[in-house]
Design a protein around this ligand. Structure first.
Ligand code: ATP
Ligand code: MG
Length: 388
């Protein structure tokens, strides 16, 4: 028995398909282990932990499959033997044949009919092609694969095939889901988190690490850039700034600093968990005022999602329970009633007073980097005191 892996969208990639397949093959072998072979537009995995294929972006579906020779009698015999333990209670069945090897005879319909007739004769089951209790899948490629259950994967594209991005991770429900959404579209995602602890080391025991680790299931490993909030807070206090602009100022500051890290580390875009209108800081005016400081693309995969949709996805990816744990993040320290319509010219004037450039410099010098995850890093956790 082996595992048959099908990938959907790679077929759209034309000339680039080979390199996408190589990427997916590498990602599967890192996540699942065992041996992985690319065969006729599908992959075959022997050994390893196939259930982990559920978490590999690019995998449309997979199935535990039995292998037989490409011979009609052998195929019929194998199907009859394999379904024997499944026929009690008289399930309806359907035979579905796919031929990657178009030279194989008989054709798909004819083979399905031949196998179907044998099943009816031997077990007296009734045919239901629309919604059978017992689907029987036969794939004819370089060998013949027989399987009974397709397990859906994440779909999308293999991580690494669309470049790398930096996700502003808050510890709430939204940003982990937006990171996952980008992984699904083939991005390798690193994380940056602004914290309100007295020192960077205190992030170690926090839920932020657990959130990154749960997201790493989809890409094996990632970097977490840990950024202290206090230089910014000190700047605000020293300059005597208040009046409800702190949230927009802080978010512009986060974007600027994240951009500095991204440019040093080769991330092509920043990603946030913004969703329009969800909280006071997410009006069109505020998003405009925040994003105008960015010189690289700001991606907001959840911008049009409803909260219920985000929560649902958060549960599916296994982040929800961690996301709802209490956590004192920087935003909870900032005023309860931020301006909903921040005027960019007012914000720029305040930033001048704040000497934002010097706050950025002081903060950048305090960024530390954690390497988290398995795969190439094999659980190693490295910490370094500088982003470069
Ligand atoms: P989330 O559920 O992701 O916290 P939210 O609905 O609470 O989002 P905000 O707090 O306004 O919204 O944050 C919007 C986005 O800004 C977040 O999704 C995240 O990308 C980023 N962000 C907010 N706080 C932080 C932080 N402390 N560190 C890094 N990024 C942050
Ligand atoms: Mg938040």
């Amino acid at each position: 028995m082996l595992t048959l892996v099908h990938y959907g969208e790679l077929f759209l990639k034309g000339k680039n398909r080979r390199s996408f397949e190589e990427k997916l093959k590498g990602n599967i072998s890192r996540a699942v282990g065992g041996s992985v072979k690319v065969l006729d537009g599908r992959m075959v995995v022997e050994g390893g932990s196939p259930e982990l294929l559920r978490t590999v972006p690019g995998v449309a579906w997979f199935a535990r499959a039995f292998v037989v020779h490409k011979d009609v009698d052998e195929i019929c015999g194998a199907v009859l033997g394999l379904i024997e333990p499944k026929v009690s209670g008289g399930p309806s069945f359907g035979v579905f044949v796919k031929r990657a090897d178009k030279m194989f005879r008989p054709g798909s319909m004819e083979l399905a009919k031949t196998v179907g007739e044998k099943v009816v004769r031997q077990y007296g089951l009734s045919v239901n092609l629309k919604n059978p209790d017992l689907p029987i899948y036969i794939e004819i490629a370089e060998r013949c694969y027989i399987h009974f259950e397709r397990i859906n994967g994440v779909g999308g594209l293999p991580v690494g095939s669309s470049g790398q991005v930096l996700c502003l991770l808050s510890g709430g429900i939204d940003s982990p889901v937006s990171a996952y959404s980008m992984m699904k579209r083939g991005c390798r995602v690193d994380f940056i988190h602004f914290h309100a602890f007295p020192s960077n080391e205190q992030i170690e025991g926090s839920k932020i690490i657990r959130l990154v680790e749960s997201l790493n299931r989809f890409q094996c490993s990632s970097k977490l850039f840990v950024v202290p909030y206090f230089p910014f807070q000190l700047g605000l206090l020293t300059a005597g700034i208040g009046a409800g602009y702190e949230m927009v100022l802080f978010r512009r500051f986060m974007v600027r600093l994240s951009q500095m890290v991204a440019q040093e580390r080769g991330h092509g875009a920043l990603v946030t968990g913004d969703s329009l209108g969800q909280v006071a800081s997410q009006t069109i005016e505020n998003i405009t005022a925040v994003y105008e400081v960015s010189r690289i693309p700001m991606l907001q995969p959840l911008i049009s999602f409803n909260k219920t949709e985000i929560v649902e996805l958060s549960k599916v990816i296994g982040a929800y329970e961690t996301s709802i744990e209490p956590y004192k993040d920087c935003c909870s320290i900032i005023v309860a009633h931020p301006k909903t319509k921040a005027k960019p010219e007012v914000v720029r004037a305040i930033e001048k007073k704040l000497d934002i450039e010097s706050v950025l410099e002081q903060t950048l010098a305090r960024v530390t980097t954690l390497e988290l995850g398995t795969g190439t890093d094999h659980g190693e956790r490295k910490s370094s005191g500088s982003v470069s």
